[in-house]
Ligand binder design. Structure first.
Ligand code: SF4
Length: 181
């Protein structure tokens, strides 16, 4: 199988890559995460994907899309915002997989216990049908801690928030409350 792996960030990619390699699947990474901001954070996560690809010796296609306005101006609930955020990325990855002749696609979003796993799975199934390419679904969550530890050992940057401005502010508030307590 020739798999296109959507990489949301470097640390979350470590465990899924170990599984994919154990299964002897050929893969290429894709970095398409216009949700991440500010721009310094976007560059940091992209650079760390590049560092990981060099350390573990695999290729990645990078997209420079940075759309801070779309998340800043999003009107709707958290559920709706995350749906928009996942759907945009998964749709792009599935369409790119079909366009480039991959057998399947998947996403490292499936490793995090902090993400809306069932929603990501459903969006993956929808995009697979839309573009006629398989969605390689795996529940990678049991390897999350192991992957994060390996990422630390590899010296990768590990962010403290999901990516968008709302998650950035939530994380900043958590720190503020902790410091006050
Ligand atoms: S919390 Fe994460 S998944 Fe939800 S909108 Fe923000 S960056 Fe996207």
């Amino acid at each position: 199988m020739n798999l296109l792996l959507h990489m949301c960030c470097a640390p979350c990619s470590v465990y899924p890559i170990s599984v994919i390699r154990e299964e002897k699947i050929d893969f290429k990474g894709i970095f398409f995460n216009p949700n991440i901001h500010p721009i310094e954070e976007f560059k940091l996560r992209k650079d760390n994907v590049n560092i990981l690809s060099e350390k573990l010796n695999f290729d990645v296609d990078y997209f420079e899309d940075f759309r801070q306005d779309e998340w800043e101006n999003f009107k709707g609930s958290e559920e709706q915002r995350c749906n928009f955020c996942y759907a945009m990325r998964i749709d792009k990855v599935a369409s790119y997989a079909a366009q480039k002749g991959f057998d399947a696609f998947t996403t490292t979003l499936l490793v995090s216990p902090y993400q809306k796993h069932d929603l990501i799975r459903a969006l993956g199934d929808t995009a697979a049908k839309k573009y006629g390419v398989n969605f390689y679904y795996k529940d990678f969550r049991h390897g999350f801690r192991q992957g994060q530890q390996q990422a630390k050992d590899l010296g990768l940057y590990r962010q403290k928030f999901c990516g968008c401005i709302a998650s950035y502010q939530e994380a900043a508030n958590r720190v503020k409350h902790k410091n006050k307590a």
